[in-house]
Design a protein around this ligand. Sequence first.
Ligand code: DGL
Length: 259
Amino acid sequence: MNIKTDPIGFFDSGVGGLSVMREAISIMPNENFIYFGDSKNAPYGTKKVSEVRDLTIDAVEFLLSKNVKAVVIACNTATSAAIEEIRSKYKQISIIGIEPALKPAVKLNRKGQIIIMATPMTLREKKFKLLMDKYKNEANIISLPCAGLVEFIEQGIVEGEDLEYYLKEKFKGYLDNDISSIVLGCTHYPFIKKALSNVIGKEIPLIDGGFGTAQELKRKLIESGLLNDSKEKGNIEICNSINDDKVIDFCYSLINFKI
Ligand code: DGL
């Protein structure tokens, strides 16, 4: 039996899902949270789908062993590879996934191309194709697979010359066109917003799905009567498959990181 004071479980291939969990903490500070990052196996976006599916199931099992009342797959890649299977396997609990926030980008209705940055797997899978089908007639949308970008953030690099060089190379063919907005379709990317704005221009909106996912989580908890009504500040526990103090400290710093 799940109870209101049980923690909410968050999972990502590494540290990226903290960009989603921090939004959930800000709207539900009295909830208890447990985060599992699989940094040992990151990045997921260039692996085989079956491998990501297995790793995601293991992670969900780990979170369930911690008595979580809901699970957030705070990883676009793992969501696209495994959400259907996870939802049918664990019917007893709310499972919330994440996908690139294309809808708010289309709604902005700015002139030019919407560029979706994500991992190669996210952009290749069926879930993304369905999303594209929904909006492709309403806007000019470009997919930009960013293999190699997650590795910077996993190493703690969120700004600096090397990162900006990577981004400049990625955006080479696009900087001369009008860019309407950028969709950050990987939960690691909100942490590099500053470097990205330096490269593409500060006026271009950067859109991520963290806040929307946190709101969806809150809705689900209310719906299932599991919202914690305690008035006290909740606990935050962070676990990582690299059980090293440096990694864990970096994770805690990302919760308060000024994006
Ligand atoms: N944060 C993951 C996502 O949202 C990164 C995937 C990876 O490890 O490549 O897609």
